[in-house]
Design a protein around this ligand. Structure first.
Ligand SMILES: [Zn+2]
Length: 588
């Protein structure tokens, strides 16, 4: 034996032929000889494994076409490790998978980061694109380097969905790709990629109709949307959002640009607008109406400044579902009415607005025109879902979010002359954000003739706002003629963390009965007197005492006394023509 130190048992495992041959190999060649032998045997083992696998029942009994069909239904998730395991099951499966374009289109559908992509990864991507053959491609990439743009351009005829998040150079290459034509592209989504090294302005995307004849869905920063093209007339879905990148911050996209863009989208079926960062939101209307006759759904997100202008300018079919979202609250259009109202005009036509708040159920917003209901929108109550009992502060803050949203929707100018607000919780803080919200609400309706509101003591409710003088020296609602108040005499204790209107929960009223009613009358009288001279006289002041749990008191009698007290305070002033105080159960 050439190597005496090798154990005999090891050598005895070699075939007799190998042992014989080995005896003739010089010691300096033994390694070379053994390596050649190892390769030979490895290949044979692979061949034996292949024969073994091909004899497996699934491969023997299932026709190849069926296997191929199974593979085409696989949804390989490239984001999870091991998506390619199926490629390594056996030679046959691998071979079949390479002939299954549907599998590769699914592989290609996963988002891909191409920023700083290696040559090897690029070669793999190119290979996957080839394997997808002529199947429709849905691609989503971050970054579009030259090599990737080149690879995509040879498959441009099959791309149906393209999402690109790019910097200046990437978007220039995207424009070249579009310019060469993407004849089947249905959906295009463009996002800007922050690039601190490159501060050049991002190029607008060129949306030539002849280059993108099938384009129906578009998502892009609002700042890029002013680039007009005939393509817009064919779009059925548009998503515009305010981009915060450096380039967009420097641009000056305006409301009139966006309005002009929408005006060209006559085939639009769904429209989503998110925080558009527009520069010239109009303080008053006056534009022609933008007609979107096919719109089925409108979503506006977190854009308080935009809502009133947009809702006043758009003409939508009455069946359109409208969702207005702001921070914690969402109003969704449920029942646009009446049936003969041809369009959705929440702001323009409304002369009466009713807002009702119920922390347990829904907040509702209804609008009317000449007593016909135009709109009924609902916002799910903040505590409707399962969970602990609502706390007072939780109720309070969701109510004021709601009030802010209503103020946003109806920001002036509008023709609303009547506002009903029920059932506002009392203000926990009369100088903080909650009173600011109530001021904003009254400020949204400068032409109000009639106000119907829930009140507690004239200090922690909407009435207190009526008594505040504005910067311009006037009072809120200077044309008010009718003030209707539903007085809730059981005032909750805001320091206690429990539900604020539920009769099931025992509570500690701060003050109730005749004394509270007397104080309330004094507060109203004082507010009305304060407004004298800077707001017109009231035709009607009507107070309704709302029944509560503790109704032992002679409320009917107390109501008469309160009415006399108000007459005494205000009767001679000619600030109110008619005063009326009643107890709700007597009234009807
Ligand atoms: Zn941007």
């Amino acid at each position: 034996m050439p190597c005496a130190y090798i154990e005999e048992t090891q050598v005895s495992l070699l075939s007799s032929e190998d042992r014989t041959n080995l005896a003739f190999v010089s010691p300096s060649k033994i390694q070379e000889w053994t390596l050649a032998k190892i390769e030979d045997y490895t290949n044979r083992i692979e061949a034996l494994k292949a024969v073994h696998n091909s004899a497996a029942a699934i491969n023997r009994k299932l026709p190849r076409d069926v296997l191929l069909e199974v593979f085409s239904q696989l949804k390989p998730d490239r984001r999870s490790a091991g998506w390619y395991d199926v490629l390594h099951v056996c030679r046959l499966w691998r071979l079949l998978l390479f002939r299954c374009p549907a599998f590769w289109t699914d592989v290609l559908r996963a988002p891909r980061d191409l920023v700083g992509v290696t040559e090897r990864s690029m070669a793999r991507l190119t290979h996957f694109l080839d394997l997808a053959r002529t199947r429709p491609l849905e691609l989503s990439v971050i970054g579009l380097p030259q090599s990737a743009a080149r690879a995509l351009s040879s498959h441009a005829r099959h791309i149906v969905v393209l999402e690109v998040e790019g910097n200046q150079r990437d978007l220039a290459l995207l424009n070249s790709l579009i310019d060469a034509g993407l004849p089947l592209l249905k959906r295009l989504s463009v996002a800007h990629r922050c690039d601190t090294r490159n501060t050049r302005a991002l190029p607008p995307i060129q949306l030539g109709y002849d280059k993108l004849p099938c384009l129906r869905s578009l998502k892009m920063p609002s700042q890029s949307s002013y680039i007009m093209s005939h393509t817009f007339a064919r779009l059925s879905h548009i998503e515009l959002y305010g981009c915060r990148c450096r380039s967009c911050q420097a641009s000056s996209v305006t409301y009139s640009h966006m309005r002009y863009t929408l005006g060209r989208c006559s085939a639009l079926e769904t429209l989503e607008l998110t925080d558009l960062c527009l520069k010239d939101l109009p303080s008053c209307g006056g534009y022609d109406t933008v007609r979107l006759p096919s719109l089925r759904r409108l979503d506006v997100w977190d854009d308080p400044g935009l809502m009133p202008a947009l809702l006043a300018d758009l003409s939508l079919p009455k069946t359109c579902f409208v969702s207005l979202n702001r921070a914690a609250t969402t109003f969704e259009s449920m029942l646009p009415e009446p049936e003969d109202c041809p369009q959705f005009y929440p702001v323009k036509f409304a002369d009466k607005v009713v807002v009702e708040f119920d922390a347990e159920e829904y907040a509702t917003l209804r609008t009317y025109a000449k007593d016909s209901q135009l709109l009924h929108m609902e916002s799910p109550g903040p505590f409707r879902s399962e969970g602990p009992m609502p706390s007072f502060s939780g109720c309070e803050s969701s109510f004021f979010q709601l009030v802010l949203q209503v103020a946003d929707i109806f920001a002036p100018p509008n023709d609303v002359t009547a506002l009903t607000l029920r059932t506002a919780p009392p203000l926990g803080d009369t100088i903080g954000t909650h009173s600011v919200a109530l001021r904003k609400l009254l400020g949204a309706f400068p032409r109000l003739f009639c106000l119907d509101t829930t009140a507690y003591d004239g200090k922690t409710d909407l009435l207190s706002t009526l008594g505040e003088v504005l910067d311009i020296g006037l009072y809120h609602c200077p044309f008010l003629l009718e003030l209707r108040v539903r007085w809730r005499y059981q005032i909750i204790n805001p320091n206690r963390d429990s539900h604020w209107l539920s009769p099931k929960v025992p509570y500690v009223p701060r003050r109730t009965g005749p004394q509270a009613l007397g104080d309330f009358c004094d507060a109203i009288a004082s507010i009305i007197k304060r407004r004298a001279g800077r707001a017109g006289p009231l035709c009607t002041l009507s107070v309704t005492i709302v029944p509560g749990d503790d109704d032992e008191l002679p409320w009917t009698e107390l109501a008469k006394r309160a009415e006399a007290r108000l007459q005494e305070e205000l009767g001679f002033t000619k600030l109110v023509h008619r005063i009326d105080v009643s107890y709700a159960t007597d009234a009807s």
